[in-house]
Design a protein around this ligand. Structure first.
Ligand SMILES: C[S@@+](CC[C@H](N)C(=O)[O-])C[C@H]1O[C@@H](n2cnc3c(N)ncnc32)[C@H](O)[C@@H]1O
Length: 291
């Protein structure tokens, strides 16, 4: 067989295996949502408090969710967070998930709660929000442990920028790869990241790359920090460990030699309400004048 023939045969083979990441994530949640709900209830987040309403109340505060906003819940799971928020806040929540199974469960939940006018659920890919909603549509965009699934994070941030109104807030709570100097720990962290990515169809983010893209888009970074919750009430590890028995990823932070591979961080940033490209100093001048 000619060399070029070989190459095209190999290309064809890879093309067939080159599944779209979003579709793969959707399939993953179609298959596992029942299992997640058995351990996590209707809020599918691993960093959480024993009483999940404490964590959701914290999210309301931290993401500055208020009345009369249009809010995108990007990667909404089965709608647990948005349904909770909508009972407290008089705003409209547009929820999207890549899993049709989750979308059906979320839609039913919204009907059961009589929240049809406030919570709208769609089965869609969050990378396409600009096509779905158009520019300058949202006051808030939430990614609650959902951003890290994306394999096109730069495109996703650009789409978030486009659909956010000037002055609006993008809020990301997610897992990011830990950084250490120690070579042994570094290796264990890498292994842990590969395990998480495989087990959860995830793409654990690199904080540097994400922050760099946010700044290049001209987002104003308000904070990057660990969630400011009462850590005596942290429930993540109990739940994760029970769940991990099923996924076999073997992260047990209670073991002495374990190296936890991720930091849970929240990033809050704001789209400027002025043309940052034309008037870069405006923000700082305003700030200085207010001192
Ligand atoms: C760990 S769950 C978090 C769910 C929800 N935020 C919560 O707090 O319960 C991750 C979510 O991200 C969604 N997701 C991942 N990739 C997506 C994509 N490309 N488009 C839309 N949703 C996506 C999944 O469908 C899932 O609902």
């Amino acid at each position: 067989m000619k060399k070029s023939g070989n190459i095209s045969a190999i290309r064809k083979l890879f093309k067939n295996f080159n599944t779209n990441n979003s579709e793969a994530v959707g399939d993953f949640y179609d298959r596992t949502t029942e299992m997640f709900m058995a351990t996590h209830g209707d809020v599918i987040q691993s960093l959480r408090t024993f009483d999940i309403s404490d964590y959701l109340n914290y999210t309301i505060k931290s993401a500055v969710l208020k009345d009369n906003q249009v809010i995108l819940d990007a990667g909404c799971g089965v709608g647990g967070p948005s349904v909770y928020f909508a009972k407290k806040i008089n705003s409209v929540f547009q929820c999207i998930t890549i899993s049709s199974v989750q979308a059906d469960i979320a839609k039913q939940k919204v009907i059961n709660e009589g929240l049809e006018k406030k919570v709208i659920v769609q089965h869609a890919d969050y990378h396409n929000v600009a096509d779905i909603f158009g520019k300058n549509y949202f006051d808030r965009i939430l990614f609650l442990e959902s951003f890290g699934h994306s394999d096109k994070k730069n495109d996703l941030l650009k789409a978030a920028w486009d659909v956010l109104k000037p002055g609006g807030i993008l809020y990301i709570k997610d897992l990011f790869e830990r950084e250490v100097d120690d070579a042994f720990e570094k290796k264990r962290i890498r292994e842990g990241i590969v395990n998480i990515n495989n087990a959860y169809k995830f793409n654990v983010g690199d904080l540097h790359q994400v922050i760099s893209k946010l700044r290049k888009l001209y987002f104003i970074i308000e904070f990057i920090k660990i969630p400011d919750i009462d850590y005596s009430q942290l429930d993540s590890f109990a739940i994760s460990t029970a769940f991990q028995d099923k996924t076999k990823i073997g992260l047990d932070p209670s073991k002495e030699d374990s190296v936890f591979p991720v930091d849970y961080l929240e990033i809050r940033c704001r789209k400027p309400d002025f043309d940052f490209k034309k008037n870069r100093n405006h923000f700082y001048l305003n700030r200085m004048n207010s001192f």
